[in-house]
Ligand binder design. Structure first.
Ligand SMILES: Nc1nc2c(ncn2[C@@H]2O[C@H](COP(=O)(O)OP(=O)(O)O)[C@@H](O)[C@H]2O)c(=O)[nH]1
Ligand SMILES: [Mg+2]
Length: 289
């Protein structure tokens, strides 16, 4: 993961390099602040980190500060013993839900799991078509309906079909039009309720997809979705090609939720498991000798 991360964060690292012109063994508080700002870490978090650091900072001290942002108690809901494991994919339009479903399907197939997709973003015909194309391309089955139909019916049918066919993992696409928030909240709540009718304890995980290029607005969205239906984990997309790689720190700090994967491109293989240790080290490698 480490080398891929370095490539993914090229732009963030270049931004850091503009400030940290040459690598050193110690840096000042001002330098550290400037570097973190350049990587788009949120200011309040930077201030908080600096409070506990000495005037000149070594790599170990910087490491301990940054890694502490990820050290919160979390409930990793990835108990895959249940079958089917029902996962709902949630987030605003354009965050990368449908693409991430394709990536997760590929990932699960590689682990020899059987997957069934549920096209429950029935609001736009294009959304159903997009997921259907991925299903064909990845050779995974899909349950879908026509545009405008009740998304909860798709949820029910997908889970029922997965049970009948002994499928390991269900991935349910959802709509994300946040501007009609009340409707969306009702719709998502109903989907959760119906999933639970189709299978007790389902959905087993509600995964929020956040656009890594959006900074603090994605954090506000996350809070809204969490209030609506409760979120169990996060995938941050579009970390390729952005200089805002530091947003991962802000997201972890503000939301204190498990970050499962990061999206690193538009293709099904462009998904990597998030490891805080590797992430922090890619940043520090640009600063310290
Ligand atoms: N570069 C990049 N593009 C992504 C990534 N994830 C999604 N996208 C693109 O973002 C756009 C919106 O994605 P989509 O899956 O349709 O979002 P949805 O509306 O949430 O379902 C598409 O053009 C995707 O190819 C990523 O990790 N990196
Ligand atoms: Mg979509």
């Amino acid at each position: 993961m480490f080398n891929i991360l370095k490539k993914v964060f090229t732009k963030t690292n270049n931004a850091i390099k503009e400030v940290a012109v040459e690598k050193k063994s110690k840096i000042t508080q001002d330098e550290f602040e400037e570097i973190l700002l350049e990587a788009d870490v949120n200011y309040e978090l930077i201030e908080k980190l600096l409070e506990d650091l000495p005037k000149t900072i070594t790599r170990i001290q910087a490491y301990n500060a940054l890694i502490s942002v990820f050290q919160y108690k979390v409930d990793w809901k990835d108990n895959l013993e249940v079958s089917p494991f029902v996962e709902m994919i949630i987030g605003v339009n354009g965050a990368g839900k449908t693409t991430t479903i394709a990536k997760l399907a590929r990932h699960l197939k590689k682990e020899d799991k059987t997957v069934l997709l549920g096209a429950a973003d029935t609001f736009r015909a294009a959304a159903i078509e997009q997921l259907t194309r991925w299903a064909k391309r990845l050779d995974v089955p899909i349950v879908s309906t026509r545009q405008g139909h009740d998304p909860s019916a798709v949820v029910f049918d997908t889970i029922a079909s997965a049970k009948a066919k002994n499928i390991d993992h269900v991935l349910i696409d959802t709509a994300g039009r946040l501007h009609t928030q009340t409707n969306l909240a009702e719709e998502l709540k109903k989907m959760v309720r119906i999933a639970n009718k189709a299978m007790p304890e389902a959905p087993h995980r509600k995964m929020l997809i956040l656009d890594g290029t959006q900074g603090s607005s994605s954090i506000n969205q996350a809070k809204i979705f969490n209030e609506m239906i409760g979120i169990d984990g996060i995938i941050i997309t579009k970390l390729d090609g952005t200089a805002k790689g530091g947003s991962v720190l802000s997201i972890a700090h503000e939301l204190k939720m498990p970050i499962y994967f990061i999206g690193t491109g538009e293709q099904p293989d462009d998904l990597i498991r998030f490891k805080a240790n590797d992430y922090v080290n890619t940043i520090l490698d640009e600063i310290f000798i």
